[in-house]
Write a protein that binds this ligand. Sequence first.
Ligand code: KG4
Ligand code: ZN
Length: 359
Amino acid sequence: MRILGIESSCDETAAAVVEDGERVLSSVVASQMATHGKYGGVVPELASREHLRAIVLVVREALESAGTTLDDLAAIAATVGPGLVGSLLVGLTYAKSLSFARGVPLIAVNHIEGHIHAVVMEAKRDGSPVQLPAMALVASGGHTHLFEVREGFRYRLLGRTRDDAAGEAFDKVAKLLGYGYPGGPIIDRLAPHGDPKAVRFTFARMKGNALDFSFSGLKTAVLRWVEARNMEAEIAARRALLRENPVPAVEEWLAVTPRATRDLLASFQHAVIHELLTRAVAAAESIGARALIISGGVACNSGLRAAAQGMRLAYPVYFPSPGLSTDNAAMIAAAAFPKLARGEFAALDVKAQPNLALA
Ligand code: KG4
Ligand code: ZN
């Protein structure tokens, strides 16, 4: 049973073919990093235009490298939300046209469910399937959510960010300090060169749900730290480096990152990891979880992976391989597999839903 997955919710145009919900036959991702990098974030209008340019080629390449034709497919799965509406529409409309033209059923997938299935798929393939109920922390540039995953892939939301997403905090702090976009990978590489205990961040106590996150205070604390220092020259040096080379090596970044800034980055990352893991573990314990899933772009973070693996919990912690942590279409095809089994198909008039909730 082969499913073609199509993902275009944000700034990656992706297509993949997955067999039986576990074997990734192909996974093609066309990144728009070069387009958005210089703006320090995703520009929605440019994103839709880039998706339009890439979609046909990306899908063709995914089919070809999987040795599959449209007629071999059991279904075509596309992300319907959440995401940028103009971006979602490109992938979804293309999926609908292929489905209509070839008479292949269409399956609508929630992007966040895709991130969870990236992990479920790999664990199944590796012979250590995720035991349910599981707690899933999905942390990316657009979302930071805690979901209970129950039998039959039913979800219950236990906590979410009240303001910025975790990845967004990485991106904003990086932008503020003159590092490019996306900020997560850069901070991840620089953090080991600083002291994570050098700068203490305090978090305001939140009223209401103790499992909710808030990252905007942390971003403001970094801003205050920057304002209290004379950093114009070093920030300008980093911007100049970026103009010369859009993807500087870590040594080049280190050459324009003084000790105090390295310490700030390490401390910031340490604070984000602490927030994420404290709540994820509390949420897992509250439901008697048999596994903890950590997925989404922020799951690439090596400090987060090391801290999670070092916790010695009573249940296993699962991360997707780095290529399946950030946006991709294999996870969309994988999430569609149980829906195919249940005959949960989408009508051709299904709408893109920018604010689609999972539970
Ligand atoms: O899942 P994703 O590709 O797209 C969204 O659905 O948002 O996640 C992208 C986000 C960006 O905010 C990026 O800075 C963050 O994930 N990210 C990281 C790392 N790699 C990507 N954050 C921390 N450490 C990383 N290594
Ligand atoms: Zn994502």
